[in-house]
Each structure stands twice: as C-alpha cells, then as structure tokens.
Design a protein around this ligand. Structure first.
Ligand SMILES: *[C@@H]1O[C@H](CO)[C@@H](O)[C@H](O)[C@H]1NC(C)=O
Length: 499
C-alpha cells in the first residue's frame, strides 16, 4: 500500500478504531524516543519548549543507520530535550505539512512550531552536544553571583550581558542577537547591575568570558564589549575575540577556525584529567607564538587522538611518530601544509626556528603524494601530486585530468572509455589524457574535487584557469569537447571516429 492509499484507508477508519490503533502504537514504543503521528503530533509537540523530530520511513537505509544513535541520544537527553520520530508511511499528513521530501529529515520544534532544520552531526555524541545547546532560552537569566560563576565556568566561552532592568533597550537588542547566534555561542544576561561590580562593570555592558581552563598570563580572559549592541556589532566582537591567542581546537569548533593560517600543536591534551599538563605545552606554544603574533599566523592546541585520522591522511604522520611531544603543523588558508620535523623542545627553541623558517619562506611544503611511477608508458598518463606540475601544467600540452578514487563505481565504469579515448588520441603530441588517485595525492589549488570522478581540462595556454569537464562520459563526447576546447585540432587516429 503506498502513502496515499494508506492515508485514504486511515481516513475511512472510524475514530474509535483509530484511537485503538494509536494506543497499540504507544504500547509498542521502545526506548526514549517519542512516537508521534498525524493524530497527536500538534497536541504533543506543543508541550515541549524544544524538541528534535526525526521524520522517517521504515524502509529507508539511512534511517536505519541513524536509529541506534538517535535512541542513545534520546536516552542521554532525557529530561533535557525530548527526541521524537514520525513514521511518514503511517502519518503522511504530518510529514506533508512540514515539507518532508526525503528521509530521514530532522527538524527542531519549539512549542510545537517548526523552528529550524537540524544541521548538526548525526552521531549520538553529536546530537547530544548540539541539542543541549538548543535547549532552554536564547539567553539564560542570571540572578545571583553564583549563577554568573556557574555560567561562565564552562568548557566553551560565555557572553554575558549586564542590564539595568527588564525594559532596557540594549537588553532587547541583546536578546535578539542571542536568538540569532545561539547555535554558535552561549548567552546569558542579568538585570541586576550589582552582579557586574565584581567584574568591573558599572554601566550596561556585555562581557565575553573565555573558557576558564584557558586563562593565563598571556592575555585577558574577560573582554568588554563597548559598542552599541546590534546583532551585527556583537557578532563581529565575538568572532574577533572568542578564541584568543591559542584556542583549544576540537571537532566542534574547527570549522570556525578555518579560513586563517593556523599553527596547531597536537599532543595528549586533556583538560578533564590533566589540565596542568595540557596547559604546560599550550603555554610553550603561546610563549613562542607571542613573538610572532603580529605576523598573521593563528595558533591552536588540540588533542592528538581527536585528529589522528586527519594527521595520518593529510600530514603523513604515523601512529607512533612524535611520541609524547607535541606534533606541530601549519595549514594556510590556501591549503598549503607544513610540518615541524624537529622535535618540540621544552625551551621552545625548535618551535621558534620552525616559525622563523616559515616566515622566511624557507620551509618545504608537505605534499601528500604517491611515488612518481617509474614507467608511465600507458595511454592514460598516471599523475601523482609530485608530478602534477610537470605533467598537468606543462605549457605545451592540453591535458584532460581525471581525479578518481579507487573505490568509486562511476570511476570504474569510466575507466575503459577513458582508456579508449587515450588510445584514440595517442598519436596526438599536444594532448595528454591523465588520471590521478585523489585519495592518495593532494589535489592542487584551483581544482575543486568534491565527488568522483571529477574531470578537468587544463588547456596549454590557460594553465591558470583549468576548466571542469561537465559533459557526458562517452568517448565521442570527450572528443567533441576536445575538438571545441583544445588549443590545436586533435589528431584522432581511432577507427571508430572515422566511421
Ligand atoms: C542583586 O544582587 C545582589 C548581589 O547578589 C543582591 O544582594 C540583591 O538582592 C540583588 N537585587 C535584586 C533586586 O535581586
């Protein structure tokens, strides 16, 4: 029975039977995920200030994959934020009303209203972390000094507004800003100005408290916002100041730290079990970083275990490399990567040398690359990161380059056609048909590879503007494209083309 028939069928069942059906559904419910449906959605959803709802279909694979994590998260969030699910095959009206078109769809409801789509992570941990932030008001009301202490004594930074009374115009602006930014930062306010005295506040203002575990002698841990409050000014202030000199990089905040040239020291950082040891190395990074602070490089520390896959994948770090000492990398906003080869010395001198070399342009970029193949005589030229410049950016040649992944099915079906294309053009001295395993080699700047295969054409006289090939993937389509785009008329020697 499809969805429409099902809805029609349900509408024929007399109301009393329907209530029995729902009752049975409730009995069948397991775990801490609420089951909502057409009959009770509005009624039950309205009871909860904040609720995460999963719209799903029993047959959907992604839904099945999500289910255990969703259950676990529901148990852990019990009493904080309820998690609910709606089976769209049984409750098509509800799903239709909220514009559900794919499964699973996750939405956050506030007091029964569709508030926003859920764009957080889908692991149990991720859901818990994300939804905890969603719970409660946009800005927490603080009434006592103890409230203030408890709020700012947190893993993440805190933004606290001090206002003269409930009618303060600046308070209204603050609450508006908090509503707009609550997904990213933590907000609280008080209307008792006495609470600000301890922090040197005697007129209405906003303070940014950096996480207490990161406070130290190198910088202020509390900053005062002095402009007139608008969402715009407050956002800029928070963004510019929240991280300070050397934040703790985590999987949660990493995206916010992208877009700058960043040096990161990875070690067994653990602020829960070993705050002293964690700050020991951080202080060393800061002490050296301080001398270079004005030169446009940002600094961070991170738990190596959190990033071990990435360090292996992108910086070629072996699991046992570096031992207990911090492993230092730099990644620029352009995507250039550097690693500190020298051991991190306790006096900080090796880090200082590394930074001097970096700013003097003496460092060699770290490039992930397979070895350059000794023989490369096949029709399709094998390119690796280290031979990319020589082959793909050869100013004498038009080059078609396929970025593939060994596990990708579309790449495998392209392979024989791509080879035939290369064979047909083999006698053309101006055209190179090439491929690179983009999982084993860094893809250079200017080539945007999100899916596989991705194909680019780098024309002989336009190496700085490689063009993405968007056409169909039959041999004749490639040839047609090259006839149009190539810098010379292609020499096609294959028989088929002549037919
Ligand atoms: C404001 O806070 C101070 C210090 O905690 C407290 O003594 C005072 O009673 C509070 N005033 C109001 C109106 O709550």
């Amino acid at each position: 029975m499809n969805r429409i028939n099902m809805a029609f069928f349900l509408s024929l069942i007399p109301a009393f039977t329907l209530s029995v059906v729902i009752f049975c559904g409730a009995v069948a419910a397991r775990g801490d995920v609420l089951e909502l449906g057409d009959a009770d959605f509005d009624y039950l959803a309205a009871e909860h200030e904040t609720m995460l709802v999963k719209f799903y279909a029993p047959w959907c694979g992604h839904c099945k994959k999500l289910a255990p994590d969703f259950e676990t998260a529901a148990s852990r969030l019990k009493g904080t934020v309820p998690l609910a699910k709606v089976d769209c095959t049984a409750s098509p009206d509800t799903c239709g009303r909220f514009g559900v078109t794919g499964y699973p769809t996750l939405k956050i409801f506030r007091n029964g209203e569709d508030s926003s789509s859920y764009d957080g992570p889908r692991s149990a941990d991720g859901i818990v972390h994300y939804m905890k932030k969603q719970a409660g008001p946009n800005s927490v009301t603080l009434r006592s000094e103890a409230d203030v202490e408890a709020f700012v004594n947190h893993f993440d930074a805190s933004v606290v507004g001090f206002f003269s009374g409930p009618d303060s115009a600046q308070l209204a602006e603050f609450l508006k800003a908090a509503g707009a930014m609550r997904d990213h930062f933590r907000f609280a306010h008080t209307i008792n100005m006495t609470l600000g005295l301890k922090h040197g506040v005697d007129t209405e203002s906003v303070l940014l408290f950096r996480p207490p575990r990161l406070s130290g002698k190198f910088e202020e841990s509390v900053l005062r916002f002095t402009e007139t409050i608008t969402t715009h000014t407050l956002r800029r202030f928070i963004r510019d100041n929240i991280f300070g000199m050397c934040p703790h990089l985590t999987n949660e905040n990493r995206d916010k730290l992208k877009g700058q040239d960043l040096l990161t020291a990875y070690y067994d950082l653990d602020y829960l079990r070993n705050p002293k040891g964690s700050n020991y190395w951080r202080n060393r990074v800061m002490k050296v970083g301080y001398q270079f602070a004005s030169q446009g490089l940002s600094f961070a520390v991170a738990n190596r275990r959190d990033f071990v896959d990435e360090l292996e994948e992108e910086f070629g770090l072996g699991a046992s490399d570096g031992g207990d000492l911090p492993f230092v990398t730099i990644r620029t906003r352009q995507g250039f990567k550097y690693t500190m080869r020298e051991e991190f010395t306790r006096d900080g001198k090796s880090l200082e040398r590394f930074l001097e070399d970096y700013f003097a342009g003496r460092l060699k970029r770290y490039i992930k690359s397979e070895p350059i193949p000794e023989k490369n005589k096949g029709p399709v030229k094998v390119v690796v990161a280290e031979s990319f410049e020589e082959i793909v950016n050869d100013p004498e040649k038009d080059v078609l380059i396929e970025f593939y992944a060994p596990w990708c099915g579309h790449c495998k079906s392209l392979e024989p056609k791509y080879k035939e294309l290369a064979e047909q053009l083999y006698s053309d001295p101006n055209i190179v048909i090439a491929k690179m395993d983009a999982t084993a080699n860094d893809v250079p700047q200017g080539f945007d590879v999100q899916g596989f295969p991705t194909i680019y054409f780098a024309r002989a006289d336009k190496k700085d503007q490689p063009k993405r090939y968007e056409g169909a993937r039959e041999v004749k389509d490639f040839i047609k494209y090259l006839k149009r785009e190539a810098s010379h008329i292609p020499v096609v020697s294959g028989v088929r083309e002549d037919l």
